[in-house]
Design a protein around this ligand. Structure first.
Ligand code: ADP
Ligand code: MN
Ligand code: MN
Ligand code: MN
Ligand code: MN
Length: 335
């Protein structure tokens, strides 16, 4: 007997990386072998030296094919065994290990937008729908578009053992969010990439494309973000640690470093409008959805908990975001 292993990896598409996958038939009980692919077709290698290597890092039950079949998340390497430059997971591994004692947790809110026939799902053929207001967490056929896809995606994530913590309809028709976490810096990012793959795969069956475009509709519409909730053991125990982390993120050089790793096109989304802070002016505040970093109201009351970095774009590579947050905040907490 045999099973199907769907090998999934992050490609080299610019500016926003996409997912690729292909199927391998394996004998029952067989280990997951390394595999290769044509990097010249994924913007990861030149045609005359095209082989790239896939190394499995996480296997979960395949909720679409069912049975013994698996989804297999991989890192990409050169044939000489060095990590490919697009392999941001490899850059995160040493940082996650260095600060492992801080026990960092992340909850990432992945916003995304369904598209069909070249426009957001629920947008009329010409012109625009009624303005923002009723859609967020809405109910009813006049306000919510794509719920059947969203429900199937949620069930698939749960069946695969992905740490999904919730879903909600967002402020624009066709725009939705799911949350992954809380989980550690590598795990939350692995689970987020697998959840994205399942979203694309399931929407495909409905003839719908899901996009992480941070500004999917021009004009007076919210962009799409990936708010990143973050805590360490110290932050879950003291308010001083919360403030230390908030201050560290605003330190000289850190604002630019984080913005550069928080997703392509971030300057167009972080304008100061639509529940964002301008990308080049760092701020933090309690309950403030117009700040770069929000301290939830309950955290101020409890005097411990977590912070929400509201800056990351929907199209982040989460391995970059968790690496930056762990590196900046844990370094400051050790001082
Ligand atoms: P919002 O109110 O901003 O919409 P959400 O409910 O969408 O927030 O997401 C909050 C996320 O924060 C969830 O994924 C949740 O698991 C995560 N979270 C909760 N507590 C912590 C914590 N202590 N550290 C990190 N993440 C946390
Ligand atoms: Mn071929
Ligand atoms: Mn949310
Ligand atoms: Mn949201
Ligand atoms: Mn949020």
């Amino acid at each position: 007997m045999s099973y199907k292993a769907e090998y999934i990896w992050v490609d080299g598409t610019e500016p926003t990386a996409k997912l690729r996958s292909k199927t391998r038939i394996l004998a029952d009980g067989a280990e997951l072998p390394d595999w290769g692919f044509d990097g010249s077709s994924t913007n990861q290698a030149p045609g005359d030296n095209s082989d790239c290597v896939l190394k499995p890092v996480l296997a979960v039950p395949d909720p679409i094919r069912g049975g013994e079949n698996k989804l297999v998340l991989c890192e990409v390497f050169h044939v000489d065994g060095t990590p490919h430059p697009t392999n941001n997971r490899a850059k995160l591994r040493p940082i996650a290990e260095q600060y492992a004692a801080h026990d960092a947790w992340f909850g990432i809110e992945q916003e995304y937008t369904f598209f069909q026939a070249g426009r957001p799902l629920g947008f009329p053929e010409t012109g625009f729908p009624a303005p923002q207001g009723p859609y967020y967490c809405g109910v009813g056929a006049d306000e919510v578009f794509g719920r059947d896809i969203v429900e199937r995606h949620l069930d698939a994530c749960l069946d695969a053992g992905i740490k999904v913590s919730g879903i909600n309809a967002e402020v624009m028709p066709g725009q939705w969010e799911f949350q992954i976490g809380p989980a550690g810096p590598i795990e939350v990012a692995d689970h987020l990439w697998l959840a994205r793959w399942l979203l694309y795969r399931i929407a495909e069956d409905f003839g719908v494309a899901a996009t992480l475009d941070p500004k999917p509709a021009k004009g007076d519409w919210n962009g799409a973000g990936a708010h990143t909730n973050f805590s360490t053991k110290a932050m879950r125990e003291s308010y001083d640690a919360i403030i230390t982390a908030c201050e560290a993120l605003g330190a000289e050089g850190k604002v630019e470093e984080h913005i550069a790793g928080y997703g392509p096109g971030i300057q167009e989304r972080l304008t100061g409008q639509h529940e964002t802070a301008p990308w080049n002016v760092y701020s933090y505040g309690v309950s403030d959805r117009g700040a770069s970093v929000r301290i939830p109201w309950q955290v101020q009351v409890d005097k411990k908990g977590y912070i929400e970095d509201r800056r990351p774009n929907a199209n982040i590579d989460p391995y970059n975001v968790t690496r930056l947050l762990v590196n900046t905040c844990c370094e400051a907490l050790e001082k």
